[in-house]
Design a binder for this molecule. Structure first.
Ligand SMILES: Cc1cc2ncn([C@H]3O[C@H](COP(=O)(O)O)[C@@H](O)[C@H]3O)c2cc1C
Ligand SMILES: O=C(O)c1cccnc1
Length: 351
């Protein structure tokens, strides 16, 4: 029931808080709207939290790991062994996501949603749905029950974090091969031609990208995911970490906590979340535009605008962690800037 209850709990944004936040922005000593997305994101967070001058001190990136049966078809430049190896890297603090979360004053929570191999480490949150998904070029990635269990695990993890005091969440991923199911999800929802959406991921050559696109087309033909049914899309062409991240987004939205969406894989999870609960989009903040060619189409479909253009294509939550620093800046503007009245600056002609 957690799944249905969480979806039912996702409410509208607080329009009055947003109007108050807008008025505050317009009272600050700057031309109206001149801080662009810094203004927009602060107003959005006011709508989510109900506070005109919010401050989100405790932040966490939930980085979920999973493996993919289709990795054995050679859809990635890297081998599947790298998934657990990188997870150890996250736990030991030496990966890009560790550096960027430390920089942003945030934590990383690393979750095993279903790697092929078990990593035995007490610092790892273990919510394994299975030892990697099935090969989507041959049949469904997982059962509908597993898809639901993955989403519910994500909801629980987000809810526990929030209960522990976390005020800003973000999504991150680790799973060799996972740009392939993410592209399949994007194609299933948008109907765009697969070759237009398929990118090099970790670094495939052009022939590799072409083969990857053919395998994605095959996965869609074999499985015929129903774009009106988010759980069906997740079960047929998704992944355990993608389902978990969709759950993190839904759990955050149900608790009125903003959730920063990282790159391409997190974007696919956001598409699943939106299809399950359209209002979940109101709680999403898009961090950056990935180099994956389908990412712009993905964000347009979601109806969110990325804050950063850094030519990044890593995943792990790295773009989201970087976006935390921009969100901090946006919220400091609201709290620390003087108003026209306080500073004795004339606003004649500006309002
Ligand atoms: C060393 C290494 C670290 C990573 N960290 C994130 N990814 C990223 O690359 C993978 C997706 O790309 P593809 O679909 O091409 O496999 C995911 O694990 C993603 O998180 C990495 C990939 C590698 C090789
Ligand atoms: O945009 C991303 O998140 C991404 C792109 C390529 C490989 N891994 C992640």
């Amino acid at each position: 029931m957690l799944f249905e209850e969480t979806i039912a709990k996702i409410g509208e944004l607080d329009k009055e808080a947003q109007a108050r936040a807008r008025r505050r922005q317009d009272a600050l000593i700057k031309p109206m709207g001149s801080l662009g997305m810094l203004e927009d994101v602060a107003i959005k967070i006011a709508g989510i939290t109900g506070e005109t001058m919010p401050w989100l001190e405790k932040k966490a990136v939930i980085t979920m790991a999973g493996d993919h049966g289709i990795a054995r078809e050679g859809v990635s430049a890297a081998s599947q062994e790298v998934t657990p190896q990188m997870v150890r890297g996250f736990l030991n603090g030496g990966a890009a996501i560790n550096v960027l979360t430390r920089h942003a004053g945030a934590r990383v929570v690393c979750v095993d949603m279903g790697m092929a191999k078990v990593v035995d480490d007490p610092r790892l949150v273990v919510r394994r749905i299975g030892p990697g998904t099935n090969n989507i070029a041959e049949g469904p990635a997982m059962t509908r029950e597993q898809a639901r269990a993955a989403v519910e695990a994500g909801i629980e993890i987000a809810t526990e974090e929030i209960r522990g005091g976390t005020q800003l969440l973000a999504t991150g991923d680790m799973g060799i091969g996972n740009t392939t199911p993410s592209t399949a999800i994007l194609a299933a929802f948008t109907g765009f031609p697969v070759p237009l959406l398929t990118g090099k991921g970790t670094g495939l050559n052009p022939e590799g990208v072409q083969r990857k696109a053919q395998l994605i087309e095959k996965a869609l033909a074999v499985n015929t995911p129903d774009p009106r049914d988010g759980l069906d899309v997740l079960a047929k062409v998704g992944g355990f970490e993608i389902g978990g991240l969709a759950g993190v987004i839904l759990g955050a939205a149900a608790s009125r906590v903003p959730v920063v969406i990282d790159g391409f894989i997190s974007g696919a999870a956001a598409m699943i979340a939106r299809s399950l609960a359209p209002r979940a989009v109101d709680y999403m903040i898009a961090s950056h535009l990935s180099e994956e060619p389908g990412h712009r189409i993905m964000l347009t479909w979601l109806g969110v605008e990325p804050m950063l253009h850094m030519r990044m294509r890593l995943g792990e939550g790295t773009g989201a962690a970087l976006a935390f620093t921009i969100i901090d800046a946006a919220l400091k503007i609201v709290r620390e800037m003087a108003t026209f009245e306080e500073a004795g600056v004339s606003d004649e002609g500006l309002h």
